[in-house]
Design a protein around this ligand. Structure first.
Ligand code: DON
Length: 354
């Protein structure tokens, strides 16, 4: 997939997320306050898997050479509720490199350390409207990285991670993401080496940020730590637990460990809502109505605040770098499970207690 070539082009909106044939309107399925019981969730994720498993739209990313080897048929869906019940279907245990989904969790950990006002000032929280690896976005903004979910903002965020050495920063990130997942996350050495050999654009973005005074740490070392964070191995099940931790005020629903403060969860979800699916973030919010984040290996996390998290994995991507089947499954489940945070029904006076 030729992301570097199209990095400064205008968004290509030729692939609508939802085709008109598909689904009931969200007005029929309002948010209920809690997830349905686990049997119902299982029935619905199985239905989502059946519905989209034969969909073969999109392309596997290969601008990081080792990602091009992914089996495009893989498709896993997992849901974890805030009470700790998890249910999965398909290839939900298959491990893949987390890629850009890591940006959310590194941002959350840095936000926890530095606070709301500082991350807003130092990183930013607005959508660039440009592809994730855009150099032009940095130039147009006079060096402002704009938000932590594009590469410029993610490199800035990794630069803000506590620690005076690369090793200390890397340990902070690996430990922190492992706490979100509830078990130690390992590095995929092949993916790391493959990206490290081809990440000249990210090194250039980090240097550009340094030239604007936005990068205090060595930009090449920060790019290396960022490349490692993107190479951590996760499954769709891990993503569901990590997403559910963000949907549960920062407490991992499986281990019950407090990973970040509730206010940091709230800030992180707000940024995901503006920018989680890059140039298609507006389409996503319009169709799915939940904060989310995608990565080029095919993972997506989707968060239902107060209810739980959805993790999906399917390697074929749309033109912005978002998993096609993952988006469709999330759209289906948002409606079917009543998760859309924007959906409501009119107040019925006679049914009300007060
Ligand atoms: O920096 C990169 O290009 C990758 N490590 C991550 C990009 C990514 O996942 C963008 N997602 N859609």
């Amino acid at each position: 997939m030729g992301y570097p070539e199209r990095q400064d082009s205008l968004p290509d909106f030729s692939t609508p997320l939802v085709h008109e044939d598909e689904l009931p309107s969200h007005g029929d399925t309002v948010s209920t306050g809690s997830l349905p019981d686990v049997e119902r969730v299982t029935t619905l994720i199985e239905a989502a898997h059946r519905r989209y498993r034969d969909l073969d739209e999109g392309k596997v990313a290969d601008y990081i050479p080792s990602l091009g080897a992914a089996d495009p048929a893989l498709f896993g869906i997992s849901v974890c509720g805030v009470a700790g019940l998890t249910t999965s279907v398909g290839d939900a245990q298959h491990r893949f490199s987390i890629q850009s989904v890591s940006k959310v969790f590194v941002f959350a950990l840095v936000c926890h350390e530095l606070g709301h006002a500082n991350v807003s000032r130092l990183v930013g929280v607005n959508n660039t409207g440009l592809p994730f690896n855009s150099v032009m976005a940095v130039e147009l903004a006079d060096g402002d990285p704009r938000n932590p979910l594009v590469n410029a903002g993610a490199l800035t965020t990794t630069g803000l991670v506590p620690g005076t050495t690369s090793a200390a920063k890397w340990k902070f990130i690996q430990d922190g993401l492992s706490r979100f997942a509830g078990h130690p996350l390992e590095l995929d050495i092949d993916v790391y080496e493959s990206e490290a050999a081809t990440n000249q654009r990210n090194m250039a973005i980090a240097r550009l940020l340094q030239s604007y005074g936005r990068m205090d740490f060595d930009p090449i070392k920060i790019t290396d730590v960022y490349t490692k964070q993107c190479s951590l191995l996760v499954s769709a099940e891990d993503l569901a637990v990590m997403a559910a931790t963000l949907g549960n005020g920062g407490v991992n629903p499986i281990t019950r460990e407090t990973v970040i403060d509730p206010s940091v969860c709230r800030d992180t979800l707000a940024v995901m809502a503006t920018s989680g699916l890059y140039e298609f973030s507006g389409d996503w919010l319009f169709e799915v109505g939940m904060p989310a984040k995608s990565g080029v290996s095919g993972g997506i996390i989707t968060v239902a605040p107060g209810k739980g998290g959805l993790g999906t994995f399917s390697p074929r991507l749309d033109p912005a770098g978002n998993s096609v089947r993952g988006q469709r499954a999330a759209r289906f489940l948002s409606g079917a499970l009543g998760l859309d945070i924007f959906a409501s029904k009119p107040f019925e006076a006679e049914a009300a207690v007060h």
